[in-house]
Design a protein around this ligand. Structure first.
Ligand SMILES: *Cc1c(COP(=O)(O)O)cnc(C)c1O
Length: 468
């Protein structure tokens, strides 16, 4: 399988070449040349596989430059009951009225990002050892991504993580999760500033090409294809557990990474009826799926909400779907996401024939949810099914209810556990959410974090000091 860029560059690459890269050199995102097709006989064969072996079957359709035995070993090392808490890895349970909940949040950091990041850690370690190289991952986080990256990379050979976060702005639980890590290759940098300052620092360091090359700076952001393809697996696993000919999924969405994996699964032939995208008050994507207008928000128009991992101003993975929607016309995508967004901050596909296919051919639907909706949904799901869901998952359930069709199970992806967002649970239910035993007392553990000013040069000096 070869990979191409969504912006039309004629170059083609193998999986391991794009594994450690971010954007394609032309600024586009990588996608496979075609989607491998899965027929009914293959689905029947895969139905009973353990999760790790299902992951191997799917990944091996996309990866032809890692020997099969090695890839299988990587999958089996990644998706274990020990790391993900259950034998099913992504257990499915009934909520109410045709709604099902697929648990993607039982990994080390209690959010669905572990599903892909844990695999990425093992793939990075494998590929870096094979090349005899090292990588310094520099990132900015306001919560879930940073901790998922750190728990995936801790103790891995050849990899160091330098994770910036805005000082004092993450939830106490999230701070404790990250700062209590004592691994020598994990470095927490608390920046005296806001999340945008952290992102600016990462950009400034990455734009210093000499520094980037010399110190082998890399990232693990959500546009990485390896993360996306790892997420395809749980759509299959959810489908198999629902025991129905067809299912629909509702996905609490921010950067369009999670639901883009659903789109890939559907393009492979998995019988998915609807792919329902749920946003919070930051409704960039709901607006697109309703109207065809994609309008990037300014920082000042980006709301801080109680489902913070969906607080986005633009959706970094969305370009992948638009590329498919427009018949894989790289020149067109280049002009839309390059010049047009830069000039006017928006584009409009509403009047194009292709836009009608968003629903009819690609199965997409969408909706949005607000803080009041989240609180009411957490309360009603708890009352009707005895299950406590987190705020992001609540956005999903709220929108899923508006799209359920008789006879077709609607699977809502659970993207985090409630303990990560305890304040809203208390607001909804008047009590603290349950805390998994392994997190008892983490707030009291010794912390490993360096506070620094919002200054890219200072961060560079820190990296150099810790690479010796
Ligand atoms: C990252 C995240 C999301 C959004 O996922 P995308 O892939 O960016 O659409 C939703 N919920 C939680 C809890 C997350 O951490």
């Amino acid at each position: 399988m070869l990979y191409l860029s969504t912006r039309g560059d004629p170059a083609r690459k193998h999986f391991c070449e794009i594994l450690l890269e971010g954007l394609a050199p032309d600024g586009g995102l990588y996608l496979p040349e075609r989607y491998p097709q899965v027929d009914a006989a293959t689905l029947a064969k895969w139905r009973t596989l353990p999760y790790a072996d299902l992951a191997f079957e799917i990944l091996s359709l996309y990866i032809d430059d890692i020997p099969a035995e090695d890839l299988r070993a990587i999958c089996r090392k990644t998706y274990t009951e020990e790391v993900f808490g259950t034998r099913a890895i992504v257990p499915l349970r009934k909520l109410h009225d045709g709604l099902l909940l697929e648990g993607l949040s039982n990994g080390p950091t209690l959010a669905f990002k572990d599903m892909a990041m844990q695999l990425l850690g093992n793939l990075f370690e494998y590929e870096l050892a094979r090349r005899g190289e090292e990588l310094n991952i520099l990132g900015a986080t306001s919560g879930d991504t940073g901790s998922a990256a750190e728990y995936a990379m801790r103790g891995k050979k050849g990899v160091r993580v330098f994770m910036t976060s805005p000082e004092g702005r993450m939830s106490p639980f999230q701070q404790a999760q990250m700062f209590s890590l004592q691994d020598a290759n994990i470095h927490n940098i608390a920046i005296a500033g806001v999340f945008d300052d952290c992102q600016d620092i990462v950009k400034a360091v990455s734009n210093d090409l000499d520094f980037k090359r010399r110190w082998r700076i890399g990232t693990v952001n959500s546009i990485n294809w390896a993360r996306l393809v790892a997420q395809v697996v749980y759509y299959f696993a959810g489908y198999f557990q629902a025991h129905s000919d067809k299912v629909s999924f509702t996905v609490p969405s921010g950067n369009f990474g999670n639901i883009c994996a659903g789109h890939v699964a559907r393009m492979m032939g998995l019988p998915i009826d609807q792919l329902v995208l749920a946003t919070n008050e930051n409704d960039v994507l709901d607006e697109f799926f309703r109207t065809g207008v994609y309008r990037v928000r300014a920082a000042a128009d980006t709301h801080e909400t109680s489902s913070p991992s969906m607080d986005i101003s633009k959706a970094s993975n969305f370009e992948r779907f638009v590329f498919d929607l427009l018949g894989r016309d790289g020149a067109r995508v280049k002009s839309l996401f390059g010049e047009e967004l830069q000039r006017s901050g928006r584009f409009d596909l509403g009047a194009e024939p292709a836009f009608r296919e968003v629903k009819a051919r690609y199965g997409f639907a969408s909706g949005k949810s607000t803080h009041a909706d989240r609180i009411a949904t957490i309360r009603s799901v708890s009352e009707r099914s005895g299950t406590v869901i987190d705020t992001h998952t609540a956005d999903g359930v709220k929108v899923a209810r508006e799209h359920v069709r008789p006879g077709i199970p609607m699977i809502v992806l659970e993207t985090a556990l409630p303990i990560k967002f305890a304040q809203s649970i208390v607001e909804a239910l008047g009590r603290e959410p349950e805390r998994p035993a392994k997190f008892n007392g983490i707030e009291a553990l010794p912390r490993r974090v360096t506070v620094m000013p919002a200054d890219a040069e200072a961060v560079k000096a820190f990296i150099v000091r810790h690479c010796a």
